[in-house]
Design a binder for this molecule. Structure first.
Ligand code: FPP
Length: 245
């Protein structure tokens, strides 16, 4: 009997930009009777593999929600642990870049001013490195969608420019990234949590029960397949539903 060939999952220009709400680290740790910080550790450890799967599939931009403007309300120990993990990740990307690895460009979205100094400086150093990679990962740190829109409006006022959709989009942290075609949330909750509320206006959403530390190739392929089954109309109609004039 012929063995069924493995389906090749590829993204095209319809799926250039993906964003992810990485939720479920705490529950992953709790299930194993571990402290929440262990969940974040595992959550940070899978990022490299997740990015390489998206890159292999052909997605060009991945935006990760790592720390929101509301996450400062968590216990100091947990906040410190997440900041340390973020620093460790950013430093690794930095060192890889110095060694000549150019296949990944990392950028940051959010208010860097609120970050610990060492982390903030490392983020700025990375953003100032070469930007010629075809694969971009935006990391949302100290990010809030409402704050981003408010900040963009204030920038326009300062510059004396009219508040239009185009002008606002140009002032967003994500000005160099196409709006997400697909936003994935792990951990099973049906919420946006103040993430890309401007940019996600016409995104497709996928909510997975998988907890972030368990997220991998199978989940990614499932999301991509589901995305291609959907009809994106951006508020318009399908050709076949347009009535004859
Ligand atoms: C949400 O899970 C996750 C976070 C608030 C932190 C995400 C951080 C990382 C994956 C690691 C650090 C980042 C980088 C860039 C390396 P939760 O704690 O809300 O989980 P729960 O809903 O199960 O409690």
């Amino acid at each position: 009997m012929l063995k069924k060939q493995k389906e090749i999952i590829k993204a095209d220009e319809r799926l250039r930009s993906v964003a992810i709400i990485m939720d479920g680290n705490g529950r992953w740790a709790k299930k194993r009777l571990l402290p929440r910080t262990k969940g974040h550790e595992k959550g940070a450890a899978i990022i490299e593999d997740v990015l390489s799967v998206f890159k292999e599939i052909g997605v060009h931009y991945v935006t990760l929600y790592a720390f929101s403007t509301e996450n400062w309300k968590r216990p100091k120990e947990e906040v410190d642990a997440i900041m340390k993990l973020a620093y460790k990740y950013v430093d690794k990307v930095y060192m890889d870049r110095l060694k000549g690895e150019k296949s990944l460009a990392v950028r940051f979205i959010g208010d860097k001013n609120g970050l610990p100094e060492k982390l903030r400086e490392k983020c700025i150093e990375i953003e100032n490195m070469e930007k010629d990679s075809e694969f971009v990962c935006n990391i949302a740190l100290n990010y809030g969608g409402r704050a981003e829109i408010t900040n963009a409006a204030n920038e326009l006022v300062k510059k004396g420019l009219p508040i239009t959709e185009e002008n606002l989009s140009r002032e967003m942290y994500t000005k160099d990234t196409p709006d997400p075609d697909l936003i994935i949330r792990t951990g099973g909750d049906f919420r946006i949590s103040n993430f890309l509320i401007w940019q996600g206006a016409y995104s497709e959403y996928m909510i997975l029960d998988t907890l972030w530390p368990d997220f991998g190739r199978e989940d990614i392929e499932k999301c991509v397949k589901d995305f291609y089954k959907r009809k994106r109309r951006f508020g318009g109609l399908d050709k076949e539903d347009e009535s004859p004039k």
